[in-house]
Design a protein around this ligand. Structure first.
Ligand code: 8YV
Length: 329
């Protein structure tokens, strides 16, 4: 029987599914330290990860490893060039999380704009003495301009939701989306700087790559309206968190909603000390249904990738399909 590592706690029924095919080593505890991950992968044919860093050194220390299935759409934790060089298949879990993640992006944006968590903290603190005409004035969502940076599947799901709020949608992306998609979403392309100047609410949904590091830093924040909000449901590192903390403290923008952070689970102390930011612990895809779908899809990819399931030669979501059928090197 082939051996796999399930590197994170996941739904027990998914581990049971995997046990029907593999000898399973399951880490049902905190994320493995890098050296422990290397040790546990040494004799494995496959692995199910969720954000665990897999690079050339990890692959070199795991000579039997042929498939690593990430329970995430983002795979910046994989060095894909190293996977290609070693002929190891990498897979992810796209699509099943689009709608839940877009719902959550919307929730964060609205909570930031309408000061929901800030006012709740104040109420719980016992500070509410009575209604005031100017209590927690926020910025409107309806009728405003939504600026989406990263118009992939989740960005498009965000844009579709904007219709119900009578919003104008502008977007920036590496490349323009097809004209029929632009038309269907009523979304207009803008260069990044124009989008930042024009948008009332900016939402980030682009993948993390070294080129996208600090896509939003002090210079970009300076372009935004003082009344604007910024929401990040993409990856930590796309925003310069230190610069954002300063912009929020100095009220250069109105508010932010952040689900992802540079160096998470650590959060920049400057963000923890300003009131006008909503902070959540990387849960944008975390609905019960969606997380189960992601775990099952990662398992499907692993089972198919290791050639034991009904789709023996066709994993549903290969990131580097060119290695399929090649011997491990
Ligand atoms: C994952 C995510 O749960 O899919 C992604 O890219 O950000 C989350 O939905 C998380 O990354 C697990 O590593």
């Amino acid at each position: 029987m082939q051996k796999i590592l399930v590197a994170r706690p996941i739904f027990p029924e998914v581990v049971e599914r995997l046990k029907a095919h593999f000898e399973v080593d399951w880490n049902d505890g905190p994320a493995l330290a890098p050296d422990e991950l290397v040790r546990r992968l040494a004799d494995k044919d496959g692995a199910l990860t969720a954000g665990d860093m897999i690079d050339a050194a990890v692959l070199a220390a795991a000579p039997r490893l042929r498939v690593v299935a990430n329970m995430a759409v983002g795979y910046n934790n994989f060095d894909i060039a190293a996977f290609n060089a070693a002929n190891v298949l990498a897979t992810n879990t796209p699509d099943v999380l689009n709608e839940s993640t877009a719902d959550f992006g919307w929730a964060l944006m609205m909570a930031a704009a309408r000061r929901i968590t800030e006012s709740e903290r104040w109420l719980r603190d016992g500070q509410w003495q009575g209604w005031r005409h100017d209590g927690f004035l926020g910025v409107d969502i309806h009728g405003s301009t939504l600026g989406i940076i990263g118009m992939g599947r989740i960005g498009q799901a965000l844009a579709r939701r904007a219709r119900g709020f009578d919003m104008r949608v502008i977007y920036h992306n590496r490349s323009r989306v097809a004209p029929d998609v632009e038309a269907e979403l009523a979304a207009q392309y803008r260069p990044k700087a124009d989008l930042l100047r024009e948008a009332d609410h900016v939402v980030l949904v682009l993948p993390y790559t070294p080129e996208n590091r600090h896509t939003i830093g002090a210079a970009e924040l300076a372009l935004m309206k003082r009344t604007a909000t910024l929401t990040n449901i993409a990856r930590g590192g796309i925003v310069d968190d230190a610069a954002l903390a300063v912009a929020l403290r100095e009220r250069r923008i109105a508010a932010a909603g952040l689900d992802v952070f540079e160096g998470e689970p650590g959060v920049h102390p400057g963000l923890l000390s300003v009131p006008n930011v909503v902070l959540t612990p990387h849960i944008a895809s975390a609905s019960e249904t969606t997380r189960r779908a992601m775990a099952n899809l990662a398992a499907d990819n692993l089972i198919a990738g290791l050639g034991v399931g009904p789709h023996a030669t066709q994993p549903p979501n290969p990131i580097n399909p060119q290695v399929l059928g090649k011997a491990r090197s």
